[in-house]
Ligand binder design. Structure first.
Ligand code: ADP
Ligand code: MG
Length: 787
């Protein structure tokens, strides 16, 4: 029996799901797989595990709950332990590299990546009686793969007479990918809807869509606080830095002066505010959602016991992690200071423009100018759990609650007492470079579904208001209805290799909730075989697809597309890794070199480009013959980094035709890749040398072989001109190459340092298309000659 405090019991009784306990449990008892959909805050995550516990599901085996976000795994385990009055040794969490699970654990919250890893060693998940996949609407790659795997594990367990229950929970009713996909579940699982009381939320669009949404959020919050009746404010921005920036500014504008007895408490808070600022500068990670762990801590751990650590990585390439990197803060900090200065000015001006901007007529609010204190709290993934917990604690007398959050507060954590939502309409999204597979975070508009979720946060206690910091035109034209499942954004080759390394053999037949393109999956398998990541011959006895090779295992640990993973794997000699890392980073960034002749016909004399000669000279050392275009990139990055370390970056970029912004992106990616490699690959301790010296001849020879090995399927042959009688045609095809799998020839671009030589055989990094008048023309870039 569970002994809950009266306080907890009262809070539970207010949750909509509590009224449905009986029906929920009956459905679960009668069906192996159940889908539960209910509005955020209806009590799914905190209550369902308790229902199951009280129904006896934790008696012999565990109740497992997965969360895509590590912050939710921690916060929810603590909350449930508290509500049930059980120690953390029994209601526990496990995220990558951290947790408090014990042999006594009965309810286990974990990230989806952790459960996937457990399936590798215990396919039937024999320690669990129930698995709850929470936040399935987020469609994270790992949760999608788990749904597919569990759709097979559940019947297997039933067959063995040790039934396993699967509960898929979603904050939205958009679950047809799970209910109507008969390849996934032959019998559609029942869908339970938890009806939650939701008060109407009035949506206010902005006339214009300002670029500086952080400044705009500040202005809007000021107005709400000064003019509107009480009720908490929840502000959505995109990342940790924005959160801290806004929190600082709001705290400065509406300082909280506590009654004398509370001074100690406030000192603590202002001390913490300082720490947050400090953290912010030193913080290695920026993104709220995708992070699985704290980079700094991990690096410390690795140093302590790299061996032990490596033994833990059975799952190669856990790639949900992103790091903002040490040394990377300067630029951001500068921006931040600029922003601060700007906004301070705006804040003083206090816009007097359109008075009904808040859309509230007749409602009486605080007299303008009266400075009621604002209780401002930050919320993002990497905030310590104690500080996160402050959002649930009572607000000091006379204060208004104001939480500045990343999209953590969209569905994962429900903040109480919110009446006003300020939504910047953006989020950080992981985008993969289609060439190199390197991922970076960019700020994009959210989906309409996300915008509606965010607005919904305002309608939990009474009618609320949502202020969208963008126009209705932008909402209609630029917001997708729903965001695409992550699995469909990930490069297929990556996904294929990663799943194969998890021990999933038939990826092509895998029951994905929303499958990636079949043809592409098959092609990926072939390309991986060509690369040597999969065995060349099928095993004779079974009809299984070719096995993953040792090289394949290594490749999968690099957070880049497999062909570049191979290059990195092979670079593990002669001190070549720094060059390959640099090359992959440079290739991931578009338009490193400013091309003045890009749009023109390619027959423009090479000398016409004023930067061209310079680049020819970079490549013209003895190594030029060997590496071709990639050498230009290496030299450009090396020289620019050196100039940068001397404080001459912009000058250097200007005189050499390099895009300065591209150079800082290259640097960022270099640092990111270096860190990820240090983390995931044994016996490597890479640094990022600002002064990357040009490779020696011996190194260049090796690099060349590595390039050829990685690009083995991207070979092109010069169109033989001797057979062409027509002079015009010969002229047209002077720089033309036949590429494998392509009918039309592609051309050497003006910027290629191999234009003069036009070697017979080349490998290339990428084919791309340029508009040329009415027609388009194909070019190949990143050319290396094959002797
Ligand atoms: P759902 O999963 O359906 O979105 P939850 O189970 O996460 O809902 O939340 C149910 C309620 O529990 C919410 O009102 C939320 O504010 C409250 N809650 C969650 N964590 C805490 C906590 N640490 N302290 C107080 N209340 C909490
Ligand atoms: Mg939840």
């Amino acid at each position: 029996p569970v002994h809950r405090s009266t306080e907890v019991q009262e809070a539970r009784l207010r949750l909509p799901i509590l009224a449905e306990e009986q029906q929920v449990m009956e459905t679960i008892n009668e069906n192996p797989i159940v889908i539960v959909a209910g509005e955020t805050g209806s009590g799914k995550t905190t209550q369902l595990p308790q229902f199951l516990y009280e129904a006896g599901y934790a008696q012999h085996k565990m109740i497992g709950v997965t969360e895509p976000r590590r912050v939710a795994a921690i916060a929810m385990s603590k909350r449930v332990a508290h509500e049930m009055n059980l120690p953390e040794s029994e209601v526990s969490y496990l995220i990558r590299f951290e947790g408090n699970v014990t042999p006594a654990t009965r309810i286990k919250f974990m990230t989806d990546g952790v459960l996937l890893k457990e399936i590798e060693t215990d396919f039937l998940l024999s320690k669990y009686s129930v698995i709850i996949l929470d936040e399935a609407h987020e469609r994270s790659v790992y949760t999608d793969i788990l749904v597919g795997l569990l759709s097979r594990i559940v019947p297997l367990r039933n067959k063995r007479g040790q039934p396993l229950k699967l509960i898929i929970m979603s904050a939205t009713l958009r679950v047809t990918d799970f209910t109507e996909n008969t390849r996934l579940f032959k019998i559609p699982p029942p869908l339970l809807k938890v009806e939650a009381r939701q008060f109407p939320v009035t949506i206010h669009f902005q006339k214009r869509t300002p670029d500086d949404y952080v400044a705009e959020a500040y202005r809007k919050t000021l107005k709400i606080h000064n003019q509107l009746p009480e009720g908490g404010i929840l502000i959505f921005v995109t990342g940790q830095q924005e959160v801290n920036q806004l929190v600082r500014k709001l705290r400065r504008t509406f300082p909280y002066h506590p009654p004398a007895k509370d001074v100690a408490e406030v000192d603590k808070v202002s001390q913490e505010a300082k720490e947050e600022t400090k953290d912010d500068a030193a913080e290695t990670v920026e993104d709220p959602k995708e992070l699985e762990f704290d980079m700094k801590r991990v690096i410390r751990n690795i140093r302590k016991s790299k061996k032990k650590f490596l033994a833990q990585i059975a799952l190669p390439k856990i790639n949900l992690d992103d790091y903002k990197l040490p040394g990377d803060d300067t630029e951001a900090d500068m921006h931040e200071q600029e922003d601060d200065a700007d906004n301070e000015r705006e804040g003083l001006e206090e816009d007097q423009e359109d008075d009904d901007e808040l859309g509230l007529e007749g409602e009486s609010g605080m007299a303008s100018g009266q400075r009621q204190p604002l209780w401002v709290l930050p919320l993002y993934s990497l905030l310590s759990s104690e500080k996160q917990n402050r959002i649930f604690q009572p607000v000091p007398e006379g204060c208004r609650l104001c939480v500045v959050s990343t999209n953590v507060a969209e569905t994962s954590l429900t903040i109480p007492h919110i009446k006003y939502v300020v939504d910047c309409g953006r989020q950080k999204t992981r985008l993969y470079d289609k060439l190199t597979g390197v991922s970076a975070f960019v700020v994009t508009y959210t989906s309409k579904a996300s915008a509606d979720q965010r607005a919904g946060r305002a309608g939990r206690i009474s009618a609320g208001h949502c202020y969208r910091l963008y126009s209705s035109a932008v909402y209609n034209d630029c917001f997708e209805d729903f965001s695409q499942p992550d699995i469909q954004k990930k490069p297929v080759e990556d996904l294929m290799l990663q799943m194969r390394c998890m021990g999933i053999d038939r990826v092509v037949h895998f029951p994905f909730p929303s499958p990636p393109d079949q043809v592409q999956l098959q092609a990926a398998e072939q390309r991986l075989t060509v690369l040597g990541a999969l065995e060349a011959t099928k095993s004779e006895k079974t009809d299984l697809p070719p096995a993953v090779t040792r090289l394949g295992q290594v490749i999968s640990r690099f957070p880049v597309a497999p062909r570049f993973g191979k290059m990195l794997a092979l670079s593990h000699q002669q001190n070549l890794l720094p060059y390959t890392v640099c090359l992959v980073a440079a290739l991931s960034v578009q338009e490193v070199l400013i091309e003045t002749g890009v749009q023109r016909d390619e027959d423009v004399a090479p000398g016409a480009n004023r930067f061209h000669r310079k680049r020819q000279s970079w490549a013209a050392s003895g190594n030029y013959q060997l590496l071709g275009d990639p050498m230009v990139l290496l030299r450009a990055v090396g020289a620019a980094e050196y100039a940068g370390s001397q404080g001459r970056l912009s000058e250097f970029c200007a005189t050499n035709g390099l895009r300065q912004k591209a150079m800082s992106e290259v640097r960022k990616l270099r640092v990111q890749l270096t860190n990820e490699i240090n983390l995931n690959v044994s016996d490597v301790e890479l640094g990022v040398d600002p002064e990357l010296k040009p490779p020696t001849d011996a190194q260049a020879r090796f690099l060349r072989q590595i390039l050829l090995a990685g690009m083995g399927d991207r070979v092109a042959r010069k169109v033989p001109l001797a057979d062409i009688a027509d002079k015009e045609e010969r002229r047209r095809l002077k720089y033309a190459y036949h590429c494998a799998d392509m009918e039309e020839p592609a051309f050497l671009h003006v910027s290629s340092v191999l234009r003069q030589k036009t070697p017979e055989w080349v490998v290339y990094q990428e084919v791309y298309e340029l508009q040329n008048g009415d027609s388009t023309k194909m070019f190949i870039r990143g050319i290396t000659a094959i002797e």
